[in-house]
Design a protein around this ligand. Structure first.
Ligand code: ASP
Ligand code: MG
Length: 407
């Protein structure tokens, strides 16, 4: 007998029929002799619908009230799913986050789980029930309802798995796993059988939207084996996300991630003296703008240099106006901006032990006449910023060159 935590996302519970299908799937695991704890999202579109309702009333509603509102979405699905289980003769009980003591900090809208008291869940499991728990929510120490940020029910499932020491955490979604590249861009992309936490974290922060980043961090910290699989197919295998020593495949490169939300801003002709990077980036971070890639060029002539960095496209306009101000203060020549770049990244733990991956990547881009505007690397990834018109070409040619279609 195993203890399995299963999470079903919004599309998997989008209608009565889907909820009934999910109930059948849960029952089959239960009938096989497993203990099953389920965490669900709101029906797809519901969280957005509720947010839009709030917006009609107030532009900046209180974050406490937003959490109170949004958590109703998950409360609908836990009760409907329990009813669907009852209807097919499977005993089940639903709980909200606070009912099973998912205690968080008090940061409404983005709370972090501090602890889970698993006693209520364990008691219900001992009564042979399937336990259905609302994802995405908890309560702070004063009992105020909180939410964990968009996509947060992934984190609920992982946290429950850690607290219950579950054998596996299965995240059912509308894709059947993690792919070597986005299949909409590279049709030959292949499902990855297993991938390390570290690689998955890079993939998630580089733009792969399969899992909430925080859930992967949580899984890595508590060593929870996570499986992403499709709720739409029979007997899915999915992708296992686990610790490095449990990975079977020995791929050098695991996948290619891309991010279309990037924009580049540059300050041209800045005096090359100590403190310049600080003076440029301080007002940017003060406005909570996240900076990703940074390039400072070699001092060209007369002690002047160029300083460029990328930001999220939604922060593009704000960044330009901050830089205009910095340009005046530093006496730089001009501000240049470009919101038509994308970031393409190769990810793989095999890079640590294989030299020449970057060279090969640059060769492929060169052969396809794709200009690299910026480069950044870590131990297990290489990212380049390129013009967005080359996104498909870059992903497809790198996918082919690194033979990612092969098992
Ligand atoms: N319902 C929430 C959202 O749409 C949480 C989740 O689905 O994970 O973000
Ligand atoms: Mg989700």
């Amino acid at each position: 007998m195993a203890l399995i935590v299963q999470k079903f996302g919004g599309t998997s519970v989008a209608s009565v029929e889907r909820i009934q299908a999910v109930a059948k799937k849960i029952k089959s695991f239960k009938d096989d002799g497993n203990q099953v704890v389920v965490s669900v999202s709101a029906m797809s579109g519901e969280t957005n619908r509720l947010t839009a309702l709030a917006q009609e009333i107030q532009k900046n509603p209180s974050s406490r009230e937003m959490d109170m509102l949004l958590t109703t979405g998950e409360q609908v699905t836990i009760s409907l799913l329990s009813m669907a289980l009852h209807e097919i003769g499977c005993d089940a009980i639903s709980y909200t986050g606070s009912q099973v003591s998912i205690t968080t900090d008090s940061v409404h809208g983005k709370a972090r789980i501090k602890s889970i008291d698993s006693s209520v869940i364990v008691e219900s499991l001992e009564q042979d029930k399937v336990v259905v728990i609302a994802g995405f929510q908890g309560a702070d120490e004063e009992g105020h309802i909180t939410t964990l940020g968009r996509g947060g029910s992934d984190t609920t499932a992982v946290a429950l798995s850690a607290a219950l020491e579950a054998d596996e955490c299965q995240i059912y979604t509308d894709v059947d796993g993690v792919y070597t590249a986005d299949p909409r861009i590279e049709p030959r992309a292949r499902r990855i059988q297993s991938i390390s936490y570290e690689e998955m974290l890079e993939m998630a922060s580089l733009g792969s939207k399969v899992l909430q980043i925080r859930s992967v961090e949580f899984a890595s910290k508590y060593n929870v084996s996570l499986r992403v699989l499709s709720s739409m197919v029979e007997n899915p295998i999915g992708t296992l996300i686990t610790s490095e020593d449990k990975i079977m495949e020995e791929a050098v490169i695991s996948g290619i991630a891309h991010n279309k939300d990037e924009a580049k801003v540059s300050l041209i002709g800045v005096p090359d003296i100590p403190g310049v990077a600080y003076k440029i980036l301080k007002p940017i971070s003060k406005k909570n703008i996240e900076v990703d890639m940074i390039v400072q060029s070699v001092s060209a002539r007369e002690g002047l240099t160029n300083f460029a960095f990328t930001v999220h496209r939604s922060d593009f306009k704000k960044s330009i106006s901050i830089l205009e101000k910095v340009r005046e203060d530093l006496g730089a020549i001009s501000v240049q901006s470009d919101d038509s770049i994308v970031k393409v990244s190769l990810v793989g733990i095999g890079m640590r032990s294989h030299a020449g991956i970057a060279t090969k990547m640059f060769e492929v881009l060169h052969k396809n006449d794709i200009n690299i505007q910026m480069i950044s690397t870590s131990e297990i990834k290489i990212s380049v910023a390129i013009d967005e018109q080359f996104l498909e070409l870059a992903v497809q040619s790198l996918h082919a060159a690194f033979e990612l279609e092969k098992e």
